[in-house]
Design a protein around this ligand. Structure first.
Ligand code: HEC
Length: 164
């Protein structure tokens, strides 16, 4: 073996590896049944399926109604649960539509925490007052967002099968 050849042999092997590494195509994006296309196209489709603010509001409205009946039933654990889920629904909505966040500030930082505390206290009168204050802030945000025609009032009928 000619030992002088070892460095060049090593270089040749290294070059072959580097050549193959550089030549590799990026992996094809995985394709689903209907979420298909490039990574960017797929991300846009997934974002579209998550919707904007409307579905956050449909969820919030259901939970607002359940919160009301939880108060009527004095089912405080259920009231605490629904008040927490309203927070999650709106936070997720604002993550999707951050431009709406300033209009929601009073709701998120004052009215909703007060509502949560009232539900936790189990004090019926405090709960009722907080619910009215919360309702005002729903409508305040709707006014600020130019959708004042969504006028929120205490619900008249139960929507779910949850009773106490
Ligand atoms: C960002 C401030 C904001 C807050 C706080 C807010 N809303 Fe809304 N709400 C909106 C906006 C904006 C829309 C219209 C959404 C759209 O056009 O995609 C809306 C729409 C709605 C709708 C109609 C949804 C539909 O598509 O059918 C209901 C119902 C609703 N809100 C209920 C509530 C209730 C109940 C509360 C309080 C517990 C509340 N909202 C708090 C901004 C807010």
């Amino acid at each position: 073996m000619n030992y002088k050849l070892i460095p060049s042999l090593f270089m040749a092997i290294a070059a072959t590896f580097i050549f193959h590494a550089c030549n590799q195509q990026p992996p094809e994006p995985a394709q689903g049944e209907w979420i298909r296309g490039s990574e960017a196209e797929k991300t846009a489709m997934i974002e579209g399926q998550f919707r904007g603010f409307d579905m956050a509001m449909v969820e919030t409205d259901y939970r607002y109604s359940e919160l009301y009946w939880a108060g009527e039933d004095e089912n405080w654990n259920y009231a605490v649960y629904q008040a927490e889920k309203i927070q999650v629904a709106i936070e997720n909505g604002l993550q999707r539509r951050p431009l709406r966040a300033p209009s929601a500030e009073n709701f998120m930082t004052i009215a909703l925490p007060a509502m949560q505390a009232a539900a936790e206290s189990g004090d019926r009168q405090l709960f009722d007052e907080s619910f009215q204050a919360l309702t005002k802030q729903c409508n305040m945000c709707h006014a600020l967002e130019d959708v004042a025609f969504f006028t929120v009032k205490s619900p008249m009928e139960r929507r779910s099968s949850i009773r106490f």
